[in-house]
Design a protein around this ligand. Structure first.
Ligand code: SAH
Length: 370
């Protein structure tokens, strides 16, 4: 591998094959093969090494002629994400910290459950939203991730030895995916398409604070991608105090968007002791959930986020969930995983880098709807 400086210079000339759709890569590579006196199928062979059966470099694509591998190396890149830290929890949850080319760190969490392996991926380096209890919000926003950096987190799991076969993906790592729709939109295609990672759309969940244009754009995709909305408070006053984005997208508009969304929506509700876990809030939340037929996921607060919050007790969470059920709402209590490895949003990176002063990034400026 060349060093950072020479890579930078090389970049404009070389094309990143992981930053385009597999169909685009296929067309490009079949043409490239022919241009260099090879059969078009050689191009298709390369495509299979991008996502389906990933290769760590062109050199390791041993089913291709050496001379062709050298040509590929001169024209294209297939960048890896550098693994900086890997931690395993006693419950089997694993947390990965990746370092990107510009030195930014992002987190990925792998959560095994029976035959499933759910990968929790990041969509931005940092986050502009500053939800009061969230570690990522506290570090501020640096930049949007590119497609290859988002889908690359799943690709890297296939390159581990032994590889980790990911069955489900949730956009619940760092960042707000619907404020990076420009990259998340094609990433969903790569995750889902058979020429990409081949993960069923129903096994891919986009989690959002309720960015309306993004919800509309996700709803317009024909595939059955799932939508989870971080509600966390059942009235504007409380939600405002926990989630500043509520000024831009107030609860009523988020509920309306959830109603219009054609598929079933999940509400995420992090349980904050003495703040949002009382009887009145259960009743208000039940009304909202019934209004749009949402399923409610109660999330125990992961300690070590941000702010001075106390997790609701397990008894309180059970009581709250019974109140919802009694009001005809389907509810599940999410198991808290990876407690011993700081596995909640943004926590590993904070552990490594220390907190930074949050930057007041323009919340509106990042909304990119294709
Ligand atoms: N920005 C998106 C996705 C990333 S966060 C969103 O907000 O939905 C994924 C989920 O983790 C969100 O529901 C978020 O509120 C929650 N979360 C953040 N910090 C947490 C903590 N300390 N404990 C439990 N859940 C947390």
């Amino acid at each position: 591998m060349s060093d950072k400086n020479t890579r930078r210079e090389d970049l404009p000339a070389k094309q990143n094959l992981l930053n385009m759709l597999p169909s685009e890569a296929e067309e490009l590579l079949r043409g490239f093969a022919v241009e260099h006196g090879e059969k078009p199928f050689r191009g298709s062979q390369v495509v299979r090494h991008l996502w389906q059966n990933p290769a760590e470099s062109f050199a390791s694509m041993t089913d291709l002629p050496v001379a062709f591998r050298d040509l590929l190396e001169e024209r294209f890149t297939i960048p890896r994400l550098a693994l900086a830290t890997r931690q395993t929890s006693s419950d089997g949850t694993e947390k990965f910290l990746f370092r990107l080319e510009d030195g930014e760190f992002i987190e990925t969490v792998a959560i095994p459950e029976g035959s499933r392996l759910t990968l929790c991926i990041s969509s931005q380096a940092g986050c502009a939203l500053q939800c009061a209890f969230c570690a990522t919000g506290a570090m501020g926003f640096t930049r949007n991730l590119q497609m290859f950096e988002i889908a690359g987190q799943v690709r890297e799991m296939k390159l581990l030895s032994p590889p980790k076969p990911v069955t489900n993906v949730v956009f619940m790592g760092m960042g707000e995916p619907l404020m990076n729709w420009k990259a998340v939109d094609p990433t969903l295609t790569v995750l889902n398409s058979p020429a990409g990672l081949g993960i069923g759309a129903r096994h891919i969940t986009v989690s959002t604070v309720g960015v309306l244009p993004g919800i509309v754009a996700l709803g317009e995709r024909p595939q059955q991608f799932r939508l989870a909305i971080s509600i966390h408070a059942p009235n504007d006053e409380l939600r405002q105090s926990l989630m500043p984005i509520n000024t831009k997208y107030p609860l009523a508009s988020v509920i309306e968007a959830a109603k219009v969304f054609e598929r079933r929506v999940t509400f995420e509700y992090v349980m904050l002791g003495g703040i949002n876990d009382g009887g009145e809030q259960a009743t208000q939340l039940a009304e909202l959930a019934r209004e749009c037929g949402a399923f409610v996921n109660l999330i125990p607060l992961h300690p070590g986020g941000a702010g001075d919050f106390t997790p609701s007790s397990p008894q309180q969470i059970q009581w709250f969930s019974r109140r919802l059920r009694a009001q005809r709402v389907e509810v599940a209590v999410r198991k808290s995983r990876g407690m011993d490895i700081a596995a909640a949003c943004g926590q590993l990176r904070v552990e490594r880098q220390g907190r930074r002063t949050p930057v007041g990034a323009d919340k509106d400026g990042n909304v990119q709807v294709a």
